[in-house]
Design a protein around this ligand. Sequence first.
Ligand code: M6R
Length: 636
Amino acid sequence: MCGIFGYTGPRPATPLLLEGLAGLEYRGYDSAGICVASAGGGAGLQVVRAAGKLPALRERVEAERPQGRTGMGHTRWATHGPPTEANAQPLVSGEGRGQVVTVQNGIVENHAELRNELSGLGFSFASDTDAECIPHLIRHYMSEGMDLAGAVRSAAGRLRGANAVVAMAAGEPDRMVAMRIGHAGGLVIGAGSGEALVASDLAAISPHARSVHYLGAGEVAEITAGAVTLTDLSGSPVARPPSRAPQDPARSFAVAPGPAARPSRNGSSAHRPQGSGGHFMIREIDEQPEALARALEGRMPAPGGAVRLGELSIPDEYLRSVGRVVLIGMGTSLHAAMVGRMWIENLAMVPAEVDNSSEFRYRRPVIDERTLVISVSQSGETADTLAAMEEARARGAVQVTLSNAEGSHATRIADAALPIRAGAELGVAATKTFTCSLTALYLLALHIGRARGVSAGGADAAADLARLPELVRGALGRQDRCEEVAGRYKDAGNFLYLGRGLSFPLAMEGALKLKEISYIHAEGYPAGEMKHGPISLIEEGVPVVALMPAGELFDKMLSNVHEVRARGGRVLAVTTEDASGLEGAASDILTVPAAPAALSPILMSVPMQLLAYHIGVLLDRDVDRPRNLAKSVTVE
Ligand code: M6R
């Protein structure tokens, strides 16, 4: 979703802004713009915007050549108003010395009320956006004699909803003022030598920064080349020393993409990887053996031992006292949490439940200090998950978060973070972050089980994990078969995905992957639910993807397969190679290597991902940046 990047210092701002925005492209956006304060402030604030992607903005920038050493840029993911140039950000209020310009990530929930009030005061609106009231409000307060920082604080107090904003004023051309209210996407402020930056992502500023401030909710930062000053909304200083900027944020939680995936030096064009299909998504699917090996590195017990996650700063004594575990997440991370719930019940024998973060946050959950809340969020910035975590914190829960992003907001709310170590994932579809989240959840379940003295999660379960990278490599080796099958199913209008037990969340995930990448309608169900409604959709040729690894639920799934075939449906069975009984029953079969039952969700993810990917490619979809989607969903 919306991305923000700002710079002030001795270097020309424009190329840095374009490069910074290129690094934020993966978040998803549909228009972009920059604002540069002309050197010395003479020509005021120069704003250039364009609908569409960065090449369109670059063209405009080349024509208009804004120059200066302080500026900010924005990639907009449309919420209020279509993705036109007029609705693109930065948004402007006024002209000349009194001009104010802002970029924002979030939603102004009371925008209609503010628009009325500001219109009454003589402000005219040039966009359809909720965000335009922000520069007008700030200009209004500046016209009453406040400086930019004071006006930003006053404006912040008037906004409802979660918002992160950076503002510039023509009268104060060498500074930016950033503020954050609620759980809008993060803002990180970095200081280098004689320069400062602000961005939505740590990775965007870390090449330039020595120290970083993570802006908290209810905080305002005044940013100049020489100093970063933090206050709260009343103007009182916030005394929080900066953190050291990660030397290589790529290596810490998120591993950077290889050279082919980096933005080009001149910041030109979307940085497509070459080869391997030319898409981030397939590259990230293919990287899973290495990503999983990284997720396991240093976390596996000695032979015969049990998992002990030394990095998890939650005492075993507390884990023994836990009465209930609640897992939360959204989208793919929710599906990982659904699998995690079953592992925690089976391997740690603690009652566990799972909830969609956006439901959890509003349903007044019964949570206390004996509830361990586990949140899953690869970005660590998902607005609903952050709000759910705050809700859990307010009720006294102890929290662990699984994240792929160092310094993300989620890691700062939780009592402990368990990095999933997937490496940077730039395709919008979560692939390797899903399997790495699952791996981390499995380790966590074993860790809790060990702390509680449960033997089900003993040495055998840990030893199984060690085989995971090789098993996944084996599943990836069957890619040609997935591509061939994709060709046979690509023209279907609807898909049903069915699974039982650990394969039920995978059915949800397979359907999500297919719909987001191919735009084909797909639903995932527990197979037992089929007769309670979805079966009415089955007619000649309707594809049903049946997830059915060998094991105790295989025969139950086989009955469902027969029921679908009896009604003319086409069954694509996804199974382990040690299963038998599908020949003649399924229309097509995809297999993965035989594996311990508990690991089947990780292994069987691979053909699900490949099927969605190849169908998307065959249908000529933008698989890396599917329509309407954002990588990081920072608004509710
Ligand atoms: O960053 P998060 O893991 O919290 O993101 C949650 C969802 O937005 C995300 O998993 C989404 O469903 C995926 N991009 C789907 O592939």
